[in-house]
Design a protein. Structure first.
Length: 181
């Protein structure tokens, strides 16, 4: 009935649909994943900029740091850490292994030149935070880091991956069946 061209004809009809479906699924995943990740910075932007403004006006780090201590390895609560111009932690509400954590010097170098940096920080293998670091100058100078755990965002991203994968596989199967008809 179909001869030797049968698989080729099916593939020729199915492949464009499979490519388009793949592109659409990748676009959906990338868009939603970026929305999840970028929105994870929102509270930290405000906390970091507000703290940097107060510190630049001469407030002490102890006055700017409010709230209870946050164990960044366990808590979802936002935290704030103030670093001096050299990148040494001065005061903060976020602790890791009982002390204020250090950030790689390159982050401070970038922030010093660009006013602010927004990065994913992994100070140890099981701890990931969305951090915003703002450089301040004025009566004093240094860095205000605000952070928050990415645990819940990463759970959402994992679920998103599964949903998009299942939709993609179902779409591939559906378009293959339609191509066979």
């Amino acid at each position: 009935m179909h001869g030797e061209k049968w698989p080729y004809n099916i593939l020729r009809r199915w492949l464009p649909a499979a490519v388009i479906l793949t592109i659409i699924c990748l676009l959906i995943y990338a868009t939603v994943q970026q929305a999840y990740r970028q929105s994870a910075n929102d509270p930290q932007i405000q906390l970091s900029e507000d703290a940097a403004g107060k510190l630049a006006q001469g407030e002490t780090p102890q006055i700017v740091i409010t709230g209870k201590t946050v164990d960044i390895a366990k808590s979802l609560s936002p935290y704030l850490i103030v670093y001096d111009e050299g990148g040494t932690p001065v005061a903060g509400s976020g602790i890791l292994n009982g002390k204020l954590p250090s950030v790689p010097a390159g982050v401070f170098d970038f922030t010093r030149q660009n006013f602010q940096d927004r990065v994913t920080w992994q100070p140890q293998p099981d701890v990931r935070s969305a951090i915003v670091i703002t450089h301040f100058t004025g009566r004093s100078s240094g860095f205000a880091l605000a952070g928050r755990s990415l645990r819940e965002v990463e759970i959402r991203e994992s679920r998103l991956s599964l949903i998009v994968l299942m939709a993609w596989l179902a779409g591939l199967f559906g378009t293959l069946i339609i191509s066979l008809i």
